[in-house]
Design a protein around this ligand. Structure first.
Ligand code: NAD
Ligand code: LMR
Length: 325
């Protein structure tokens, strides 16, 4: 029997929102069997454009789209949502770091977190991309006192995809043959894109990769990719971010179909010696409807030092917004 699934999107009239809503309406997350109802949230000043998006959704005649609610009230958007994509936040501009957005954006996630806690289903899955996304996820889950931390993940799939695409070009292999890459830490220029456990066509990736390229080229390329897109495009990634959000949610719901691990930012409870109460990107596996951190990998000294650098940055970010936790 087909299901009816409610999906809320914050910042739905923004650039990522615009790239996301039509894909969700087209069944890109749940397939063509189930019906998707959209709850699109914006600030009052963007309600006019949201109305235009609703008109475009009508004009697509998607067979998988049920009803669409547009609103500037978080209670309405989150009230009956099964899934929430939190994109509503300021993006960084040229010359900024993501952490420069912290003071403005964290307030949004504190307030949305509180509302989610009050009105959302106890099973809701909330994916957070608004930057700086790890610390915003920490703020949201801390304020949603009625929910569990496991209701929330911060988006890291875009970094996973970037890493695979760079390795795929370098090694001259399809990205589908690259598995078990890990992004550790913060979605920022301190993230550590670890290939020590990855395979390329079933062989250890590090056997195919020169140490010099790994340290001097590959790591900075992944870390700075968001910044490079802003330099070339004049705005931050939107279509690739929407695509990654769908992939991460698919994997979280167990619909990704892979037994491999992916990386997501989740609340640390001390795995690999990482401070608990940080939202940190770890390798995670989906099993029996839940996410588990893969917590038994051997980590070499260089990798550990990189992971610790990202942890330090997240501790500083957390200190800056501790009044919101
Ligand atoms: P955008 O400015 O185009 O859109 C953001 C939208 O959010 C705007 O329409 C704005 O009106 C809305 N908004 C602001 N406050 C809101 C609130 N309180 N409630 C509801 N809506 C609100 O920006 P964008 O390009 O769509 O990016 C959105 C966010 O995602 C930014 O913070 C950006 O840095 C981040 N991002 C994250 C990743 C990632 O991998 N984590 C990737 C790309 C972008
Ligand atoms: C990205 O990685 O593309 C986003 O986080 C946007 C940004 O500011 O880089």
């Amino acid at each position: 029997m087909s299901k009816s699934i409610n999906i809320a999107i914050t910042g739905a009239a923004g650039r990522i929102g615009y790239a996301l809503v039509f894909r969700l309406a087209n069944g890109d997350l749940f397939g063509t069997h189930d019906v998707v109802n959209l709850r699109l949230l914006e600030v009052p000043s963007a309600m006019k454009s949201l109305h235009g998006i609703q008109m475009e959704l009508d004009d697509c005649n998607f067979t998988t789209l049920g009803d669409v609610v547009i609103t500037d009230e978080p209670e309405v958007a989150f009230g009956d949502a099964d899934y929430v994509f939190m994109m509503g936040a300021k993006p960084r501009l040229k010359g900024m770091e993501r952490s420069d957005l912290l003071q403005d954006n964290a307030k949004i996630f504190a307030s949305h977190g509180r509302t989610l806690g009050k009105v959302a289903s106890k099973d809701v899955k909330v994916l957070i991309a608004g930057n700086p996304s790890n610390t915003n996820t920490l703020v949201a889950l801390s304020n949603a006192v009625e929910l569990n931390s496991t209701n929330f993940t911060g988006m890291m799939q875009l970094d996973v995809n970037r890493c695979k695409s760079i390795v795929s070009k370098h090694c001259g292999v399809p990205h589908t043959t690259i598995n078990d890459v890990i992004i550790w830490g913060n979605h920022s220029s301190t993230l550590y894109p670890d290939l020590n456990h990855a395979q390329v066509k079933g062989f250890p990736a590090m056997d195919l990769i020169d140490d010099d390229w790994y340290v001097k080229d590959y790591i900075p390329l992944v870390q700075d990719r968001g910044h490079s897109v802003i330099e070339w495009l004049g705005a931050s990634s939107a279509a690739s971010a929407a695509n990654a959000a769908i992939q991460q949610m698919k994997m979280w719901t167990g619909k990704g179909g892979s037994q491999r691990w992916e990386s997501m930012a989740v609340l640390s409870s001390g795995q690999y010696g990482i401070d608990s109460d940080l939202v940190f990107s770890f390798p995670v596996r989906h099993a029996r409807g839940e996410l588990f951190i893969v917590d038994d990998l051997d980590i070499d000294e260089y990798s550990l030092s990189m992971i610790k650098l990202s942890e330090s940055e997240l501790i500083l970010e957390r200190d800056e917004i501790k009044h919101l936790l």
